[in-house]
Design a protein around this ligand. Structure first.
Ligand SMILES: Nc1nc2c(c(=O)[nH]1)N(C=O)[C@@H](CNc1ccc(C(=O)N[C@@H](CCC(=O)O)C(=O)O)cc1)CN2
Ligand SMILES: Nc1ncnc2c1ncn2[C@@H]1O[C@H](COP(=O)(O)OP(=O)(O)OP(=O)(O)O)[C@@H](O)[C@H]1O
Length: 342
């Protein structure tokens, strides 16, 4: 949205107002917008200065002086007054209806159009994601705890058959929420019993470790922290999303259990999600945490861990609205035992 300061004196200009529609004039003004860093954009409205007589621009030339004392001039004055009033109200109405004049809006270098949201644009994708999250959540809310436990056991059984799990030395998992997700307590204990290093996510303000901001609204990112069996029962729901999260272990000034900070390689990352497809796409809760973390990991290690999504059978969708930053998974396991590979 652009805020225009519209400075022009119609009095000294000869604008072909009769020939050009106001929209053409507005368009000309848009095209003439000049923006340089640090300055307010301004529209240069350049008409040809033709006369010092204000009425000329609106009402045409002054009548021939020879007629100025005749009766005709009275009629001309009346008609001029009517035309002047008409033109003025047109001008006021046009300016009022001009959307570019919405004050207080942010200044950008793009002109916002009133076009409908284009299919495939990031705002249309974001709208479809929000709608889809609601649809899937509505399908998930009636799923009972008994059913959640049953499906979670099936996920564990399928996981036990996957070489990327059985051979992994280090695994990132997540602490499940009370509903709508595969329960991970069994999976975490299984991995620990198999002697794997287990890491769980902790939402961390960017400022805490001076992590860089990847996208405009980002305030926090995930840190994966190593846990042991003794840590698990201590983890109580906390923060905005009431997630069970691990603590940072600190020795002196140094955090000792952080996956990325300690430079540990991760073999397998098991991801939660709101929805998955059979072609291994994933829709999360909309914070972009996992996509961001995977990129941070790649930036450090130049490779990705094996990415495995786990979901309930109700979380399978035929397709998902995707954005360019979305990371494709290598594999998806569902609570009915279905396994999909990329
Ligand atoms: N159990 C679990 N832990 C996790 C995740 C997860 O999906 N599940 N995360 C996965 O990244 C990270 C946390 N990210 C989250 C981001 C948003 C919301 C959430 O509830 N957001 C919305 C609701 C969005 C929706 O409709 O789904 C909210 O603000 O209310 C939850 C977790 C790390 N830990
Ligand atoms: N790398 C990125 N570049 C630009 N924008 C991003 C990036 N990652 C996330 N975003 C923005 O953050 C928001 C959330 O992203 P997205 O919908 O992919 O999250 P999600 O994968 O559903 O969430 P999560 O991983 O936390 O479960 C979107 O508005 C998206 O445009």
């Amino acid at each position: 949205m652009i805020r225009f300061t519209f400075k022009t004196s119609i009095a000294n200009c000869n604008a072909d107002i009769d020939e050009k529609s106001w929209y053409e004039i507005k368009l000309a003004m848009f095209l003439r917008v000049k923006i340089s860093p640090g300055t307010q954009p301004s529209a240069v409205h350049s008409f040809t200065r033709e006369s010092e007589q204000p009425t000329h621009n609106v009402c045409g030339d002054w009548p021939n002086p020879d007629f100025s004392k005749t009766l005709g001039v009275v009629a001309w004055r009346r008609s001029m007054a009517v035309r002047l009033a008409f033109k003025t109200s047109c001008t006021v109405l046009s300016l009022l209806s001009w959307k570019g004049d919405e004050f207080g809006s942010e200044i950008t270098d793009e002109v916002e159009t009133e076009e409908p949201i284009a299919e495939g644009s990031s705002s249309s994708i974001s709208n479809s994601c929000t709608t889809l999250r609601k649809t899937v959540q509505a399908r998930l809310s009636p799923v009972t705890q008994k059913e959640l436990n049953l499906q979670s056991t099936k996920v564990l059984a399928a996981l036990g058959q996957l070489p990327q799990y059985t051979n992994a030395n280090s695994v990132a998992l997540y602490m499940s929420m009370d509903s709508c997700e595969v329960k991970t307590d069994l999976l975490i204990r299984d991995a620990l019993q198999r002697g794997k290093k287990v890491y769980l996510p902790r939402i961390t303000e960017l400022a805490r470790f001076d992590d860089f901001k990847r996208h405009a609204n980002q305030k926090s990112c995930l840190h994966f922290l190593q846990v042991h069996s003794a840590d698990l029962d201590k983890m109580v729901p906390r923060g905005k999303y009431q997630l069970r999260e691990p603590d940072f272990h600190v020795s002196g000034d140094v955090v000792t259990n952080d996956l990325l900070l300690s430079g540990t390689k991760l073999d397998l990352m098991i991801l939660p999600g709101v929805a998955f497809t059979s072609s291994c796409d994933r829709l999360g809760h909309g914070a972009g945490f996992y996509d961001d973390f995977i990129k941070r990991y790649v930036e450090k290690h130049s490779n990705k861990p094996y990415l495995l999504g786990i979901g309930l059978k109700e979380q399978l969708e035929p397709s998902l609205p995707l954005e360019s930053h979305d990371e494709k998974l290598d594999c998806v396991i569902l609570g009915n035992g279905q396994i999909f590979h990329k």
